[in-house]
Design a protein around this ligand. Structure first.
Ligand SMILES: *Cc1c(COP(=O)(O)O)cnc(C)c1O
Length: 402
């Protein structure tokens, strides 16, 4: 058939099907997927869980990333969704309906705690907060309506480590599922599915993306029926990820172990430097022997992320904003696990009961990036000088002495 000029604009000539054997992930874009006959078209929804029916439900690029995540998590199946938050919503809405209950640790990622407690409450899903150090004691909180127990280990901001196998035993005895937010350790340092967790979730925006420029989340499972329920929920919520983002994430995964081990080693030195400073009252990281989660972390994890918190002496609360302005490499910002070092300031005491072990004072979370150790220490050192200077002025001390 001879094509007119207009038609030729939308039908480029076909190239031969000779395979192009690159090692990088191919980016294949589509909303429309076409079919060779009516029967395949009419039965396209059969391809929801495998194969291709419509761009939103999976492309070769997103399926390939999902297979990779499933393998790294030690599961049979995984789904990728537009953010870590989307992954938490997906797992919770798949496990719970109106009238049912979800247990969430006080240490759950703050925005997710809000989402479950406020947004899902509108759908009649009841959320109950629990102290992350309950471990097996959680059995008493699980009633017949409880369908899901979330764990986040270590927890946001304060890094309590949960005894995940004990929580799993208690939940499964009562017929509830367990979902783990495994963003901090990632699949590299902790494998929730191997410990009996039903849904292993991570914000790929952090270590996997690794450069502060990608938003994505994943949920991995080892149960085909649960995977299909998750996929149905994702379809109804209209979750889809762009193939460009999938390829970026895949590229991040390739260097993730090297980046994580490097940040881990640098973080150890930074924590050691900080622990010798009089301004620092406490370091919160499970590798620290006095941290409440240390023993369980040592038992269950094969490494640690370069993300930790420090508690400043309470009398430094007044000067902290001035000091934060003086960092040159560490920038003030949310998220973590990227190549740039970051500081985030939070108040973990809000809405939490199990914090008797935490010293008083402002809490900073540091995410160690890939800058040279000496440069990071120099940056901390010059910024911390301001704490000392303001004390000599007498301003900070005078303000807080009452
Ligand atoms: C960042 C984060 C999330 C959310 O991930 P987004 O991709 O930013 O939505 C969830 N859980 C934890 C522990 C996180 O740190």
């Amino acid at each position: 058939m001879t094509l007119s000029d207009d038609t030729s604009h939308v039908h480029p000539p076909k190239r031969s099907a000779e395979p192009f054997q690159a090692m990088a992930m191919a980016v294949e874009r589509a909303s429309t997927v076409v079919f060779d006959d009516l029967e395949s078209f009419e039965r396209r929804i059969d391809r929801l869980y495998d194969g291709f029916s419509y761009g939103l439900y999976g492309t070769p690029t997103s399926r390939q990333l999902e297979d990779h995540i499933a393998k790294l998590e030690g599961g049979s199946r995984a789904l990728v969704v537009p953010s870590g938050m989307a992954a938490i919503t997906l797992a919770t809405m798949t496990a719970c309906r109106g009238g049912e209950r979800v247990l969430i640790p006080e240490t759950l990622y703050g925005p997710a705690r809000d989402m479950v407690g406020r947004f899902l409450a509108q759908l009649g899903i009841e959320a109950t907060l629990y102290n992350p150090r309950l471990d097996g004691g959680i059995a008493e909180l699980i009633d017949r309506r409880t369908r899901l127990v979330w764990v986040e280990s270590p927890g946001s901001a304060t890094f309590e480590v949960q005894d995940v196998p004990q929580v799993v035993t208690a939940a499964h005895e009562a017929g509830a599922l367990v979902a783990a937010d495994n963003t901090w350790a990632s699949h590299l340092y902790f494998k929730p599915l191997a410990r009996g967790v039903d849904m292993s979730m991570q914000a790929l925006s952090k270590h996997a993306g690794g450069h502060g420029d990608l938003l994505m989340g994943s949920v991995a499972v080892h149960d085909e029926a649960l995977f299909r329920r998750l996929k149905d929920t994702a379809r109804f919520l209209g979750y889809g990820v762009s193939p460009e983002d999938c390829a970026l994430c895949e590229r991040g995964l390739m260097t993730m172990p090297v980046r994580m081990r490097h940040a881990e080693a640098t973080a150890r030195e930074v924590m050691s430097w900080l622990s010798r400073r009089s301004e620092v009252a406490q370091i919160l990281h499970p590798s620290v022997a006095t941290h409440p989660g240390h023993a369980v972390w040592k038992r269950d994890f094969t490494g640690s992320a370069g993300v930790f918190s420090l508690v400043l002496r309470p009398d430094l609360a007044e000067t902290q904003s001035e000091v934060l302005r003086h960092f040159r490499l560490f920038r003030l910002g949310a998220s973590w696990g990227g190549v740039h070092s970051l500081i985030a300031v939070s108040d973990p005491r809000k809405g939490r009961t199990g914090l008797g072990w935490l010293r008083p004072g402002p809490v900073w979370r540091l995410s160690i990036g890939l800058e040279a150790l000496d440069d990071l220490l120099a940056d901390l050192s010059q910024a911390f000088e301001l704490f000392a200077e303001s004390r000599q002025d007498g301003t900070a001390m005078a303000d807080t002495s009452t």
